[in-house]
Design a protein around this ligand. Structure first.
Ligand code: ATP
Ligand code: MG
Length: 382
């Protein structure tokens, strides 16, 4: 008899012929996740198992952050020949619980002498006899104890819900424009959850923005990497571009033009990194640069899809997600961002593309972009 983890996966089931590929990826990511706690991982009977870890809570925490994992349960693995021993173990696992319970039974070994309803009834009766403070409620129990009869028997009560989604690296790669704000880490998480690998680009306006602002962004990237694994962060010097825009372009277009440069540079870095799309944390109408027209005007300068998974979310919904994934606290640190440094008083909310293009003609775009890319620092995170 020993303690193990039962790891359930969700949507990977749907993938037909590609299923072995998705499963192999998922198992590899679970292996990587438990490496620090030395877990042994294997796949069997439509389930992933983890054993021999040094710290169960940490193993559960790590596995529940692997995209593609639906839920994780600590379980007891034991021989199945003595049903008495299974019942004893079930009663032991329920001793510390209070309130109501129900027994669930699953039997994949059809040669086992008892069928599922019998297992449920017998084990339920045994628990009632031996743990008298519990009562049965089959409709809405406080606890469910699952008894599975496979090659061996598996008993589990507690269940931690995991992130779900698709295994990392099964759906290409995208480049996240990562600011120090609340929205962009959430946007990156939402796309990564679909199995998309990430790299990040951050624009830094030293000395207008501090070293601490940069550190904050790297910390956000590190938190994201707990889900998506190791990734590259490109720190792009943006001061010169902002100064030139500020100096040479009409004030009401400065934010928009700045955003267009961010997109252009991100596209170049994305292609270099093998990414096929860009991700931003924009949401319709959140600020002047996120009206429908402004978004159209920023998209126009790039030739790859731009994903904006927060586009239809309210700020409160984005905050809720940020709290759940663990980026909110860091995003709330009060360091300045390059966007806030040169904010115009009256930004254009309904910009006309041809006027924006004409305003940009005053800038030596190629030289500005080349210099920014030349000065880019690459940091590996995770
Ligand atoms: P966030 O959206 O992360 O909360 P924000 O609300 O301040 O920050 P905006 O300034 O409106 O966002 O920018 C919109 C989007 O542009 C961000 O979600 C992010 O994807 C990108 N962006 C903004 N500033 C930067 C930056 N300094 N570096 C990289 N990307 C940025
Ligand atoms: Mg925003």
């Amino acid at each position: 008899m020993r303690e193990i983890l039962l790891v359930r996966y969700g949507e990977v089931f749907l993938k037909g012929q590609n299923r072995p590929f998705f499963l192999r990826k998922l198992v590899d990511h679970v292996k990587a996740a438990v490496q620090e706690v030395h877990g042994h991982v294997w796949l069997s009977d439509g389930r992933i198992y983890v054993s021999d870890y040094t710290d169960q809570d940490e193993a559960i925490r790590r596995v529940s952050r692997v995209f593609g994992v639906h839920s994780v349960s600590p379980a007891i693995e034991m021989e199945k020949d003595s049903f008495e021993a299974i019942c004893e173990q079930a009663a032991k696992m329920m001793e510390k619980k209070t309130g109501t319970f129900k027994v669930l039974a699953k039997r994949s070994d059809k040669r086992y002498p008892m069928d599922s309803p019998t297992i449920m009834r017998e084990a339920g009766g045994y628990i009632l006899d031996h743990v008298p403070h519990l009562t049965v409620d089959v409709n809405n129990p406080d606890h469910e104890i699952t008894i599975e009869i496979r090659k061996l028997a598996y008993l589990s009560v507690d269940r931690t819900m995991a992130v779900s989604g698709m295994p990392m690296g099964t759906n290409g790669k995208a480049c996240l424009l990562l600011s120090g704000g609340i929205d962009s880490p959430v946007a990156g998480f939402m796309i990564a959850k679909r199995g998309v690998e990430l790299c990040c680009v951050h624009y830094h306006s030293f000395p207008y923005t501090s070293e601490r602002a940069k550190e904050k962004v790297l910390e956000l990237a590190r938190i994201l990497s707990e889900y998506c694994g190791r990734m590259r962060v490109y720190i792009v010097p943006f001061t010169e571009i902002q100064m030139q825009i500020h100096e040479k372009c009409p004030e009401n277009f400065t934010t928009l033009i700045m955003r267009r440069y961010m997109m252009r540079i991100a596209e170049i870095l994305a292609r270099k990194d093998g990414a096929q799309a860009l991700i931003t944390g924009e949401s319709i109408g959140q600020v002047a640069s996120q009206t429908m027209e402004a978004l159209g005007c920023t998209d126009e300068v790039v030739n790859m899809p731009v994903f904006r998974p927060c586009v239809g979310m309210d700020k409160s919904e984005i905050i809720e997600r940020a709290e759940k994934i663990g980026t909110m606290e860091t995003s709330s640190l009060p360091y300045e961002d390059c966007c806030t440094v040169f904010t115009p008083k009256h930004p254009a909310t309904h910009p006309r593309k041809e006027l924006v293009c004409r305003a940009e003609e005053k800038l030596d775009s190629q030289a500005l972009i080349d210099a920014a890319i030349e000065g880019t620092e690459i940091v590996e995170v995770g």
